[in-house]
Design a protein around this ligand. Structure first.
Ligand code: NAI
Ligand code: MG
Length: 503
């Protein structure tokens, strides 16, 4: 099958985004937009055309220091410190409304920066981010403690209160730039923390537009500080900073381990959302159309750059050939192109580095004996496009089955057994534990297997689905802690026990 980039040329960028891109892109520190101390900037490219679309301030250690001072001041004194929970809730809700109000513009910026299809950016990234702020705003007024019935002799009144953890450093990746900022900022703000956010160097733009909306919403100066810059400089300095109380990170497992080591200096709290190698397990009784469309989307959505991507597909041998044929046909139907073209369903990978990594994995797969059923190569001559790829004849020892590829590449394997223990064993045969999907119409099988899988999320007859109210995070090397839902508030609060002797 010949897979080509069908619409590489973008339509014109809207006038307001064009003029926004041309403006200087500075750091948000203490409520002011400031240049990096070094005066340096770095270029941001459109991954579909490789053209430079903006220059952004390159913050480093000196700027992180300034941002932490400003976040500390906002936390310890000033209006944020005195604000009522309902006032915080109102601000967080208002920010969600502003995201919805400027949704078209945010989606356009996200597509230009990350490459993803504009229809997905609008419906998933922007709507999901607005919804996250609105959902999380409710927790500001619901952070209750408990009264505790103690058994010590005497007359006691004992209770707990929940308090914000303090100054939080948040380091986010490039696959869902705006949404990752929302997942991190929304609960931290509702809890009453102050923040230094470090966006990914590949995709800093929507975080900067979000910074403007944070000021428009009326958050006090210094509550949210945004320092764009590189991981090895700005990110590393934030992770080891002695005056940061907590660090929240989403990205590679490799850097996650470095964050843990850096956090040891002042024993700051750490939460991590890392890589995955999630299985999709298909039983013979699964609805074929739903399963083919669902398992294709599990790996091709967002060009496979999802921590939850269904990158190991196990199909029972009775349906294996049909599933592989279905996936191949779905791959052929994808419209590769510039994300701003509304018919595009598969954009480029985010960067040259990611393109090199993914095509390198495909080559390694071939060398290790995998059969390329469809795709298997770079496409086009301008952007970082990779064809949607299905690799068959794969097994547990292959690099492509063991390591996270983070591209539109699925490894398919047939299975024969019906014993759920054995099925759980191969599904769990990974150092990761982020997600899994089970495709069957048999309720007992679905829910029994769901309990046997070592992963933070298990889907039944769907994949890559989530909700602001549903906790999300990883077992094993997929991370520490849970984001979203009620559980995320644990990450941004401390519990204080108060014991009063009633004399
Ligand atoms: P990365 O982990 O290097 O980057 C993620 C964030 O961490 C970025 O903001 C980056 O600037 C920052 N960072 C990098 N080095 C740092 C350091 N030493 N200290 C503090 N912060 C640092 O991920 P990268 O290199 O962009 O992608 C590599 C692989 O990581 C991908 O192929 C994929 O497998 C995985 N990944 C997983 C993501 C997820 O959602 N769990 C998101 C992005 C990447
Ligand atoms: Mg890296």
């Amino acid at each position: 099958m010949n897979i080509a980039v069908k619409s590489p040329t973008p339509p014109a960028v809207s006038a307001n985004v064009k003029s926004w891109l041309a403006k200087p892109k500075k750091l948000l520190i203490g409520g002011e937009w400031v240049e990096a101390r070094s005066g340096k900037t770095f270029a941001v490219e459109d991954p579909a055309t490789r053209e430079i679309i903006a220059q952004v301030a390159e913050g480093d250690a000196a700027d992180i220091d300034r941002a932490v001072v400003s976040a500390r001041k906002a936390f310890e004194s000033g209006p944020w410190h005195r604000m009522l929970p309902a006032e915080r809730a109102e601000l967080v809700w208002r920010l969600g409304d502003l995201l919805a109000k400027y949704g078209d513009e945010l989606a356009e910026i996200e597509t230009l920066d990350n490459g993803k299809p504009i229809t997905h950016a609008r419906a998933v990234d922007v709507e999901g981010s607005a919804g996250m702020f609105r959902y999380m705003s409710g927790w500001a007024t619901r952070l209750t403690g408990e009264t505790i019935p103690v058994s010590s002799p005497g007359n006691w009144f004992a209770y707990t209160v929940r308090e914000p953890v303090g100054v939080v450093g948040q380091i986010i990746p490039w696959n869902f730039p705006l949404m990752m900022a929302a997942w991190k900022l929304a609960p931290a703000l509702s809890a009453g923390c102050t923040i230094v956010l470090k966006p990914a160097e590949q995709t800093p733009l929507t975080a900067l537009r979000l910074g403007e909306l944070i000021m428009e919403a009326g958050f006090p100066a210094g509550v949210v500080n945004i320092v764009t810059g590189f991981g090895e400089t700005a990110g590393a300095h934030l992770a080891k900073h002695p005056d940061v109380d907590k660090i929240a990170f989403t990205g590679s497992t490799e850097v996650g381990k470095m964050i843990v080591a850096s956090a040891a200096g002042n024993l700051k709290k750490v939460s991590l959302e890392l890589g995955g190698k999630s299985p999709a397990i298909v039983f013979p009784d699964a609805d074929l159309d739903t399963t083919v469309a669902g398992t294709a989307s599990a790996i091709f959505f967002n060009m496979g750059q999802c921590c939850t991507a269904g990158s190991r597909l196990f199909a029972h041998k009775k349906v294996f050939d049909k599933i592989v044929a279905g996936l191949t046909s779905e791959a052929g139907k994808l419209h590769l192109g510039h994300g701003l073209n509304r018919e595009t369903t598969l954009g480029p990978l985010v960067s040259e580095e990611q393109h090199r990594r993914v095509t390198g994995y495909i080559e390694t797969g071939r060398k290790e004996g995998a059969e390329v059923v469809v795709g298997g190569s770079a496409v086009g001559n301008r952007g970082h496009f990779v064809a949607p790829t299905v690799l068959a004849k794969t097994n547990r020892d292959m690099t492509v089955v063991r390591e996270e590829i983070f591209g539109p590449v699925v490894c398919v394997q047939p299975f024969e057994e019906d014993d759920l223990d054995n099925i759980a064993r191969f599904a769990n045969d990974t150092e990761y534990g982020l997600a899994a999907s089970i495709w069957t119409q048999n309720l007992t099988r679905a829910h029994s297997l769901a309990r046997m899988i070592k992963a933070g999320t298990v889907w039944i007859n769907t994949h890559n689905w989530g909700d602001a109210a549903l906790p999300f995070g990883g077992y094993k090397q997929s991370g520490w802690g849970r984001e979203m839902g009620k559980e995320v508030m644990e990450l941004y609060t401390e519990t204080k026990s108060i014991g009063a002797r009633l004399v």
